[in-house]
Each structure stands twice: as structure tokens, then as C-alpha cells.
Design a protein around this ligand. Structure first.
Ligand code: ATP
Ligand code: ATP
Ligand code: MG
Ligand code: MG
Ligand code: MG
Ligand code: MG
Ligand code: MG
Length: 282
């Protein structure tokens, strides 16, 4: 078909090759998951099975796309980091975005019943995705810290003023005015018999400490909640030593290999990155 009179149409395609030698971060986010989670009666604010399904999708991504080094997920979103040197689809953004997000979505649908055996899938889930290039390890770490902090502003250690009602705050969630601690508090107040507007009123203008106090009065110690709710989830590849066999003297023969690990870590501080220095090595 080359050199046909139709060939020129190819020249309308735009170049979307991502900058070389930069970390490629891909963020996938559920479309209209506020509605989707209502329709499928997700537990509020954190449905554990829904989070585990997202984690299973992330793990499958690591099996499928060998250049992934780290990922972090909360709620209906997951961020994936490709190694700096990746030549995956020649670093073409539209190829990377479309292949990964369709793979993620298909896997989500395929595994739905494993996680929700008692619930039919009543609507078709879809996800958006984007790529962003980051030139240094520091900025990748700041990006990941931003996602974790956004989710749990409680970690700031100082109050976060929420001068909006819940609906408005939800609409503004992309700038981080709403967080997991607020949500936990809001839904606990609902559980205790308050209406949505009573719960909003109770939380208006409260600081982190006030919200902790409300939770405490309702019998919840925020720091006792499972880590998956407080920290979100990390899926990453790490080097592990494995015993492959025993030699004739009965001594173990070890080999190091990359294993996909899922954990709920603090990725804002230095400790995780010191303990896993190889993940973001240049
Ligand atoms: P958009 O299409 O713009 O992303 P959205 O409705 O998906 O809109 P998000 O800001 O992405 O809005 O927020 C996702 C929403 O999905 C949360 O606010 C929450 O209501 C719901 N949600 C996602 N995951 C869970 C979960 N595991 N448990 C409970 N609710 C969840
Ligand atoms: P790439 O990932 O680069 O797109 P590809 O293997 O998908 O590689 P394509 O050029 O897209 O290659 O071609 C799709 C191939 O899929 C065809 O060559 C054919 O072998 C197979 N295929 C697709 N649809 C059908 C179909 N309906 N019946 C039989 N074979 C099909
Ligand atoms: Mg979105
Ligand atoms: Mg969403
Ligand atoms: Mg989201
Ligand atoms: Mg084709
Ligand atoms: Mg094809």
C-alpha cells in the first residue's frame, strides 16, 4: 500500500513522542466513579474489595509491561512509573496511554466477579489516562508524595480548612480540598444517624484535630484504620533473594529476582525510598 495516492493522509498524524531519558508517569482514573460506586453500593468512604480489585489490576500491569518500576493507587486512581530508559512503543504517548488504560479496564471487568461474587456489573466502567514526564527522581518522588498527601491531608499534621459543603468539596477534590480523614468522619457521622447536611454542618471549619476528636467520640481511632485506607497501595518490583535449590552439601543456592510486591507504605518520607533504593535508580 506504500506510495499509494492515499498515503499522504499519514502526514496529518501528530508527533507525540515523550521526552527521552525522563521518568514517564501514567495516571489512570475512573470516570464518573462517584456514580459507579453508588450504583454498586461501595462501602463509604473506602470499599476494601473495590480497592483490592484496583490493586489486582495494578499487579497485572506489572506482569504485562516489564518497564514499570513503581505504582501508587488510592480511590479510583492509579499512578504508574515507567523506567527512565523505557522505549515502550517508542515513547509515543497515545500508544502508551491507550494500550495501558484499555488493558487496565479490561482486567477490571474480567476480574470483577472474583472480588464481587455477589454483585453484577451494572454499568460499563471506563478510565481516563494521561502521561507526564519527570526529569528527576526528586520530582517523581514529589509527584508520588502529592498523590498520597492529596488523599490523606491528615499527614500534614496541621489542620485543613474545608470551607465548602460536601458536594462542592467533592467537585474540588482534584485540588485536594477533600481528603480521606474528612470522608471517614463524614461517613461515620452518617452511620451514627446524622443526615448528609447535618454531617456537613458538623464538619464545617473543623481542623484535623477536631476531626480526630469527632472520630474518637464515635469510637474510631483514625490511626487504627487499616493501612490500605490510610496510606493507599503501592505495587512495585523489588529484588528478592530466592532459594532455587540446595546443592549436594545441603547449602541453599540463592538467586535474586524481581518480584511484584503490594504494600501500603508511607511514600512521603525518606524511609521507604532508602529501603528500596533500586526502584528509582537512574
Ligand atoms: P471523574 O470522572 O472526574 O474522575 P469521579 O466521580 O470518578 O469523576 P473522582 O474525583 O475520581 O470522581 O473520585 C472518585 C470517587 O469514586 C470518590 O469520590 C468516591 O466517591 C468513589 N470511590 C472510588 N473508589 C472507592 C472505594 N474504594 N470505596 C468507596 N468509594 C470509592
Ligand atoms: P500491533 O500490536 O503492532 O498492532 P498486531 O499483531 O495487532 O500488532 P496488526 O497490524 O494490527 O498487528 O494486525 C492485526 C492482526 O490480527 C492481523 O494481521 C490478523 O492476523 C489478526 N486479526 C485481526 N482481526 C482478525 C480477524 N477478524 N480475523 C482474523 N485475524 C484477525
Ligand atoms: Mg478524573
Ligand atoms: Mg474518577
Ligand atoms: Mg479519582
Ligand atoms: Mg491493525
Ligand atoms: Mg494491532
Amino acid at each position: 500500500m506504500a506510495n499509494s495516492k492515499y498515503e499522504y493522509v499519514k502526514s496529518f498524524e501528530v508527533e507525540d513522542k515523550l521526552m527521552p531519558s525522563t521518568w514517564i508517569v501514567l495516571r489512570i482514573d475512573g470516570r464518573h466513579f462517584h456514580q459507579f460506586s453508588d450504583k454498586h453500593e461501595f462501602k463509604k468512604p473506602n470499599d476494601e474489595r473495590a480497592l483490592e480489585l484496583m490493586n489486582a489490576c495494578a499487579e497485572a500491569m506489572f506482569e504485562e509491561f516489564p518497564d514499570l518500576v513503581f505504582s501508587y493507587g488510592v480511590s479510583d486512581e492509579y499512578s504508574f512509573v515507567f523506567k527512565k530508559t523505557t522505549e515502550f512503543y517508542n515513547r509515543r504517548s497515545s500508544k502508551i496511554v491507550s494500550i495501558t488504560v484499555s488493558f487496565f479496564t479490561s482486567f477490571y471487568v474480567m476480574k470483577w466477579k472474583d472480588f464481587f461474587p455477589d454483585k453484577d456489573l451494572k454499568s460499563i466502567p471506563s478510565f481516563d489516562a494521561r502521561t507526564v514526564c519527570y526529569p528527576s527522581t526528586k520530582i517523581v518522588r514529589d509527584y508520588l508524595a502529592w498523590r498520597q498527601k492529596n488523599f490523606d491531608l491528615h499527614l500534614l499534621g496541621k489542620g485543613v480548612f474545608i470551607p465548602m459543603d460536601y458536594k462542592l468539596a467533592t467537585a474540588f477534590s482534584f485540588v485536594g480540598h477533600i481528603n480521606n480523614q474528612y470522608n471517614t468522619c463524614f461517613w461515620k457521622l452518617i452511620e451514627s444517624g446524622k443526615t448528609k447536611s447535618e454531617a456537613q454542618d458538623r464538619l464545617k471549619g473543623t481542623q484535623t484535630q477536631d476531626k480526630n476528636e469527632i472520630l474518637f467520640q464515635l469510637g474510631v481511632n483514625y490511626s487504627d484504620l487499616p493501612a490500605i485506607f490510610r496510606k493507599g497501595s503501592c505495587v512495585f518490583k523489588d529484588k528478592v533473594e530466592e532459594i532455587v535449590k540446595y546443592n549436594e552439601n545441603g547449602q541453599p543456592v540463592k538467586r535474586s529476582r524481581n518480584k511484584v510486591i503490594t504494600d501500603h507504605c508511607d511514600i512521603i518520607g525518606d524511609k521507604f525510598w532508602k529501603d528500596h533504593a533500586s526502584i528509582l535508580e537512574d
